[in-house]
Design a protein around this ligand. Structure first.
Ligand code: PBG
Length: 335
């Protein structure tokens, strides 16, 4: 520094710790690890080719055989878990979603196949009726057809959870947001001797527009005939933080093993709030819309793909998530 350069008389200069790459690495507080990542995957029946999902660049629906190959790759990349989501032929969808309780339904065959081929992977299955209902809702409807029936849905979810557990799921993940389902599912699993199957509760799942591409992927929007399927009476209101906290407290009291916040990026305050309140592991689901918007902006040349992707995940980790469900998992692990 020359004598002529101005010099403030400062005791604290935080920039000292950002001066070199080595120093920045030493003081870095957060790192996304491959061990934190869960890859959501879509599965279809048949033995054709994989089906690319238009609204989710880089993601496909796999047949069971393709799914197994993909899972072996993910395992070899060190990813600890996968979440499986079936897309059913529309001929199998009914108002009451009864295909969900078929002991040979697609997702159960997929779980068995993945478990047999890659027993090291943790398998997480979604427990909700939306892939199975003709209206696309997560449960069965009330008699007047105006709402989703809570208690009748919970009964079905318990049977669904048992089937998933028997097939080999390590976690069942109720994503339906019915009241009382965690306690009911825990009892149902325990009564059937499946005390080791864990529950990852979609506890603070918001009624979000960010699920749009996922609904294309599993066909739940098409089934409902609209992309605007409203789940206001069961999913959390995006405006409400305290209501979301109550949901997570109930799930914890009812015996969940892991709490989840979903979506992730627009709900970092909720992730942080939970991290400060609970000793349970907190999962965050970076959902389809979060993934697709980064791809779309990058395609337009408006955002740098890799940096935006990495920053989005870092922010979720920094907010307090222990594990992240993300469609970016494979490519991150591969880099
Ligand atoms: C269904 C379910 C949804 C997602 C996971 N499980 C969508 C919904 O509630 O309509 C969304 C995941 C994503 O957008 O990536 N119960």
């Amino acid at each position: 520094m020359s004598d002529t350069e101005p010099r403030l008389n400062l005791t604290y200069r935080p920039r000292r710790l950002r001066r070199t790459d080595a120093i920045r690495r030493l003081v870095r507080e957060t790192e996304v690890r491959v061990n934190d990542l869960i890859h959501p995957l879509f599965v279809i029946d048949g033995d054709g080719a994989e089906e690319p999902i238009d609204s989710m660049p880089g993601q496909s629906r796999f047949t069971i055989k393709g799914l197994v190959d993909e899972c072996l790759k993910l395992r070899d990349l060190g990813i600890p878990g996968v979440g499986l989501f079936p897309k059913l032929d529309s001929s199998l969808k009914t108002a009451c979603g009864k295909e969900a309780l078929n002991p040979e339904t697609l997702v159960l065959r997929a779980v068995r196949a993945v478990k047999a081929a890659a027993p090291e992977l943790a398998i997480i299955t979604d427990v909700a009726l939306d892939p199975y209902t003709s209206h696309g809702h997560d449960g069965v409807l009330t008699e007047d057809g105006q709402d989703v029936a809570n208690d009748a849905t919970v009964e079905i979810l318990c049977d669904m959870a048992k089937l998933n557990a028997e097939a080999g799921a390590d976690f069942v993940a109720p994503s339906d947001m019915m009241d009382g389902r965690i306690g009911a599912i825990r009892s149902a699993l325990d009564d059937s001797g499946m005390t080791n199957t864990a529950i990852m509760a979609y506890s603070a799942k918001f009624n979000s527009a960010y699920y749009g591409p996922f609904r294309d992927a599993v066909g739940s929007a098409k089934a409902a005939g609209t992309n605007l399927l409203g789940k206001h009476t069961y999913q959390c209101d995006p405006a409400n933080r305290r209501a979301a906290v109550i949901e997570t407290e109930l799930d914890e009291m009812e015996g969940t093993d892991v709490l989840m916040v979903k979506p992730a990026g627009a709900y970092l305050d909720i992730i942080r709030e939970l991290r400060n309140r609970t000793s349970l592991p907190v999962a965050a689901y970076q959902v389809s819309g979060e993934y697709s918007q980064i791809h779309a902006a990058a395609k337009l040349g408006w955002l740098d793909y890799q940096r935006t992707r990495d920053e989005s995940l870092l922010a979720i980790k920094r907010a307090g998530a222990d594990m992240i469900l993300t469609y970016f998992a494979k490519e991150i692990a591969a880099e």
